[in-house]
Design a protein around this ligand. Structure first.
Ligand code: ADP
Ligand code: F6P
Length: 483
């Protein structure tokens, strides 16, 4: 039977070796959490990097590593430390990531890391060619693998290849600064279908196709000599049932089975009944606007001092890409900001910010989502932002307010949230005040609409829509029809 081959840099789990024993840790990030739900549904093989470099895998553990990945329906692409450095920390996260998030000043254009990116993309393409049967559908994910579609197409012209970008596609004026812009576009055009989270990213991409490659574009079709490539937007959803069920189960837990975190949250709520928890959860990434958020929080507390000792900001920042200098600097900046704000404003009974720098188990994420009155997410740019959707899905009694940056892809589908510009501190302060004061009836009517929408367009629907569109496209492809 034909299967779907999912290819991404991250696998659903990251492997670690400790004293000769292998452990699998769930991967963090929208791509991994979203695709995981789709992957476990049906017949698919997931190809990616295990999280360990070749140098870290002793020869006698090779088979055990393969077996550990097979348990998650996955297979690995082997990468050396040097390749991870040039491909992942280098071109992917020091060139493309900042550029596509409009942090042009952080983008480094280095020939050596581009060369490594090309070589590693070829490795991924080779792994696909080795594992894929003739009728298998290939689904390539994200900015780390933009050359893979063409590399596979060159060897297997009749194969059905889809590509989905999980981050924004920038405007032409930004994208054109990339020295290898034509190669990247041409790599993507090996696909039959290219998907984006939003219509704007799709529009930016088509504009670059026209202006850089001079190709004919009609509506969302790109005309090549021998094929048509379709471009469309598919806003990624979440596994709605998983989050809402987890929240229901969590709320019915007897006290003694609650987590330590939940007990502490309860204790604080009981001691200050009119206290409000504001929550933000992100990977520690400059695109998420965490430092700005901290400054905005201080601004809010100064503008509305009546909330001092009442409001608490819980920040959960997950360590990410810590070998990249910008991330190290940001970590330092956030540590200092949290220390300064807490130092200046704290009282004996109140700490304005609780800051966690770690990954947390799923149960603790649910503790936070269900206990916090307001979720406050302020990315400066974000392809989608699934945390916003997860928060709403866990609000089983429909209370809770979402304050969301209009720069997040998810803002397009979440108009009932309180949308803010992350640079406008005045607006943010007033919006937090409004969120705190919002009557439960209004919270419920907003969340009711949001929940219905998220439940309807969940991650399974998203994946099915993409796959349906891809197979429709394949059936129109002359190379496929006449093979
Ligand atoms: P990005 O893909 O840029 O990291 P998203 O908000 O789209 O941002 O996705 C983040 C995903 O990572 C969510 O599914 C969220 O549940 C998960 N996640 C975030 N923080 C943690 C954490 N501390 N521990 C475990 N999972 C987390
Ligand atoms: O979902 C967006 C995303 O950028 C993925 O592409 C990426 O895998 C994830 O966030 C987390 O980043 P990383 O894989 O570098 O840890």
């Amino acid at each position: 039977m034909a299967k779907t081959i999912i290819i991404s840099n991250r696998l659903p789990v990251q492997l670690q070796i400790d004293n000769g024993s292998i452990s699998a840790i769930p991967s963090v990030g929208g791509l991994a959490t979203g695709m995981k739900s789709v992957h476990s549904e049906g017949e698919s093989l997931w190809i990616g990097w295990s999280g360990l470099t070749e140098e870290e895998i002793p020869e006698d553990l090779e088979d055990d590593i393969d077996a550990a990945l097979a348990e998650h329906g996955s297979s690995k692409v082997k990468l050396t430390a040097e390749e991870v450095d040039g491909f992942y920390y280098g071109f992917s996260n020091r060139t493309i990531w900042p550029l596509f998030h409009y942090f042009l000043e952080y983008s480094e254009f280095e020939l050596a890391s581009w060369e490594t990116y090309k070589a590693v993309n070829q490795k991924f393409a080779d792994a696909i060619l080795e594992k894929a049967d003739k009728d298998d559908i290939i689904w390539v994910h994200d900015y780390q693998l933009m050359l893979v579609p063409r590399m596979v197409r060159e060897k297997r012209p009749e194969t059905s290849i889809g590509f989905f970008l999980h981050i924004p596609f920038p405007s032409f004026e930004i994208f054109r600064t990339l020295p290898w812009r034509a190669e990247v576009l041409s790599g993507l055009l090996g696909s039959d279908l290219i998907g984006f989270h939003t219509y704007d990213y799709e529009r930016h991409f088509l504009s670059s196709i026209r202006r850089i490659l001079g190709l004919e574009v009609s509506f969302n079709d790109i005309y090549l000599d021998d094929r048509i490539v379709k471009v469309d937007s598919f806003p990624m959803g979440i596994d709605y049932a998983k989050f809402s069920e987890a929240a229901k189960t969590h709320q019915s837990l007897p006290k003694k089975e609650q987590s330590e975190l939940q007990r502490r949250l309860n204790k604080h709520k009981e001691s200050t009944p009119d206290a409000k928890f504001l929550l933000s959860i992100d990977r520690l990434d400059y695109s998420k606007g965490i430092a700005k958020r901290l400054n905005a929080y201080e601004y809010f507390l100064n503008k509305y001092p009546q909330y001092k000792e009442k409001v608490r900001l819980i920040i959960l920042a997950v360590p990410s890409r810590s070998n990249v200098p910008q991330y190290q600097l940001l970590k330092k900046e956030i540590d200092e900001l949290v220390g300064r704000i807490n130092g200046e404003l704290a009282t004996v009974s109140w700490t304005p910010i609780w800051y966690f720098y770690r990954s947390m188990p799923f149960e603790n994420l649910i503790d936070l989502y269900t206990s916090c009155d307001i979720a406050w997410l302020t990315p400066i740019r974000d392809g989608m932002n699934l945390v916003a959707k997860e928060y709403i899905a866990t609000r089983t009694d429909k209370t809770g307010v979402l304050i969301l940056s209009e720069m997040a892809g998810s803002a397009n589908e979440m108009n009932e949230a309180l949308l803010i510009n992350p640079n406008n501190f005045e607006q943010i302060a007033d919006t937090i005040h409004r969120a705190i004061q919002m009557p439960p009836k209004e919270q419920k009517s907003r969340n009711d609409v949001l929940q219905k929408r998220l439940e309807r367009y969940n991650v399974e629907k998203w994946a099915n829509d993409f796959m349906r569109s891809l197979t429709d496209q394949r059936d129109k492809d002359p190379a496929y029809v006449t093979r």
